[in-house]
Each structure stands twice: as structure tokens, then as C-alpha cells.
Write a protein that binds this ligand. Structure first.
Ligand code: ATP
Length: 327
């Protein structure tokens, strides 16, 4: 096993609150263990564009509370090509980097697996995405903060919905995963939740809304995950309005505000634990893995296993609980 001397750290894909806390943990753990550390701006694109910067303990001062990522993030089409990756590998070699930690989602994991296979340097990927849709960790960095942001928005929307007897369709992020929609929907007391994992017919939704109206509800909130089967909140609202005009109907798309903001205490601790674990895995000789929390423990899972396993399975009991609570 070759001794690691210099570590590179980067963030990639969609940004998530807590990425900075994780960068900080990686940098400080590596320095504590006697390694040199270098940051890469703009993820895989930065490896190609040669945007590396040396980092020390002070480079990551006062960032644990910041959303976004100080190293910036990017989606790189160049890195998907063999030629692009060859340039990246040459630059990494010239920097003297002999191990990497990448923070991001499943695309970032795929890129990391290629680095390990093609370039032969060890890499540990840390799950950083608000979607909570990665195998190998009960929670991804940013998910808890995003949930809290959505709940805050729902609470505010509820105030205005109640004052005017309104029906609100609130669209939240989640193209493939309904994790945010389901959890924030329950926490925000939503009357109905539309999920990408479960087809909902408009007639079925209208039936739910009619029951809510019969039960003298003065406001109704429907959470719509962006990847559900009816084409998003505007389409759902339009189709519901055609058949059901009991309420004044409004749509609110929460959009990118769900990605920003200061990370919650949960995300800061999660990010710190996983950043620390990533460096420890490299020092133990692990060459390609993701680290995640399973129960109360930080554990490593080979990237090949994480990328080939089923991720978020819809919790049917939670779906039932959401329905029961909406009566
Ligand atoms: P999020 O879950 O927030 O979308 P992500 O990490 O999945 O984050 P992606 O855009 O899917 O975001 O992936 C990040 C980057 O990883 C891509 O822009 C690309 O540069 C690289 N990448 C993804 N898949 C591959 C692949 N199959 N081969 C090479 N590089 C890849």
C-alpha cells in the first residue's frame, strides 16, 4: 500500500447545505494526520481546468455555518469524455495528489469510480445532496436542512391559506425521490402528498380534497414532488380546478431556495463525521468507497455496491400515516 502524502478535496453536482462543514472536516482531519491538502474548485471541471489551491486549517475557518460550497460546484460534460479525464489525471499527477475525497451525489460517485479504476488513485465519496437518495447512508448531507426549509415555507403558506380558505399546491424538489415531499409533507401537516414513486390519479386526489372540505377544513395544502406523474404543481392545480372549485387555488414552487441556507445542527454533525470518516478510510487503505451513517455508525460501502443497489424505497407506513393524519 502506497503511503498517502497529499489529499485533494472537491465538491460536485448539486450543492447542498453542509458541504462546507464536510470540506472543513476533511481538511482538518487530513492535516491532523500529517497530510498535505489541496482543494479543487468546480469539481471534476476544475481538475480539467487546473484550478487547485493549497489548503490549511485556517482556509476552512468560519465556514461550518455556511450553505453552498466554498470550493464551488459544477456539472462537467468534459469529464464524461476519455480525453477530458486524461487531462484531469495529468493535472492531478502534476499536483502530487495521491488520494481524493469527493462530496456530491450519485453522478459524483460514478466519476469517482472512474478515477479509481482508470487512474488508480484511491478516492472516497461522501454523500452530499438534499435528495437523500444514495445507498450506503441513512441520511445525505443537506437533506435535514432542506426539509426544515420546506417546513418553514409550508408553515407560512398555511397562514395565508387559512386566512383565505385556499388550496395550495406546493412543489418541492425530488425528481426521482419523494423523500423531501413525504417527510416535509408529514411535518407540515399536508392534506395530500404526490410522490415520484407512487402514481396518483387526479380523481383520487380530488376525492381526498372533497373529504377535507366535508370535514370543514379551512385550508388545504398538497405537496407535489417535482417528479410525480401528473407533470408538476401547475398541471395538477389546473386539472384539479377544472373539476373542483370549492377553494381558491394557488401554486407555490419552492425551487432553489431548498438548496440554500445555513446547515442545521444535524447536517453539520453528519458532515463532520463523514468528512472525518472519509480521511480515516483512505488512511486504512480503502481505495474506492462511499462513507455513510447506518444507525449510529459511520461505515464504508464500496462504490460499485452503492451504485448498483436500490436506494430510497418508499416507506409505505409513512405514506399511510400521512393519509391518516390528513382527516
Ligand atoms: P446531484 O444528486 O445533486 O444531482 P450529482 O453528483 O449526482 O449530484 P451529477 O451532475 O449527476 O450530480 O454528477 C456530477 C458530475 O459527475 C457530472 O457533471 C460529471 O462531470 C460527473 N459524472 C457523472 N456521471 C459520470 C459518468 N458516468 N462518467 C464520468 N463522469 C460522470
Amino acid at each position: 500500500m502506497k503511503k498517502i502524502k497529499k489529499l485533494g478535496v472537491f465538491t460536485s453536482g448539486g450543492d447542498a447545505p453542509g458541504m462546507n462543514a464536510c470540506i472543513r472536516a476533511v481538511v482538518r482531519t487530513a492535516i491532523y494526520e500529517g497530510l498535505e491538502v489541496c482543494g479543487v474548485y468546480h469539481g471534476y471541471q476544475g481538475m480539467i481546468d487546473n484550478t487547485f489551491i493549497p489548503m490549511n486549517s485556517r482556509s476552512v475557518s468560519s465556514i461550518i455555518n455556511l450553505g453552498g460550497t466554498i470550493l464551488k460546484s459544477a456539472r462537467s460534460d468534459d469529464f464524461r469524455t476519455k480525453e477530458g479525464r486524461e487531462i484531469a489525471y495529468k493535472n492531478i499527477r502534476e499536483q502530487g495528489i495521491d488520494a481524493l475525497v469527493g462530496i456530491g451525489g450519485d453522478g459524483t460517485f460514478r466519476g469517482g469510480q472512474l478515477i479509481s479504476q482508470e487512474m488508480g488513485i484511491p478516492i472516497i465519496c461522501v454523500p452530499g445532496t438534499i435528495d437523500n437518495d444514495l445507498f450506503g447512508s441513512d441520511y445525505t448531507i443537506g437533506y435535514d436542512t432542506a426539509n426544515n426549509t420546506v417546513i418553514e415555507a409550508i408553515d407560512k403558506i398555511r397562514d395565508t391559506a387559512m386566512s383565505h380558505n385556499r388550496l395550495f399546491f406546493v412543489e418541492v424538489m425530488g425528481r426521482d425521490s419523494g423523500c423531501i415531499a413525504l417527510h416535509a409533507g408529514i411535518a407540515g401537516g399536508a392534506e395530500a402528498i404526490l410522490l415520484p414513486e407512487k402514481k396518483t390519479a387526479i380523481d383520487e386526489l380530488i376525492e381526498t380534497l372533497e373529504i377535507a372540505a366535508k370535514n370543514n377544513k379551512t385550508s388545504t395544502i398538497v405537496i407535489v414532488a417535482e417528479g410525480e406523474n401528473n407533470g408538476g404543481a401547475y398541471n395538477v392545480a389546473k386539472r384539479v380546478k377544472e373539476k373542483f372549485d370549492y377553494y381558491d387555488t394557488k401554486v407555490s414552487i419552492l425551487g432553489h431556495l431548498q438548496r440554500g441556507g445555513s446547515p442545521s445542527s444535524f447536517d453539520r454533525v453528519l458532515a463532520t463525521r463523514l468528512g472525518y470518516a472519509a480521511v480515516q478510510e483512505l488512511l486504512k487503505g480503502n481505495t474506492q468507497a462511499t462513507v455513510g451513517m447506518r444507525g449510529q455508525k459511520a461505515v464504508a460501502t464500496p462504490l460499485s455496491e452503492a451504485l448498483n443497489s436500490n436506494t430510497f424505497k418508499l416507506d409505505k407506513e409513512l405514506v399511510k400515516i400521512a393519509k391518516v393524519m390528513a382527516i
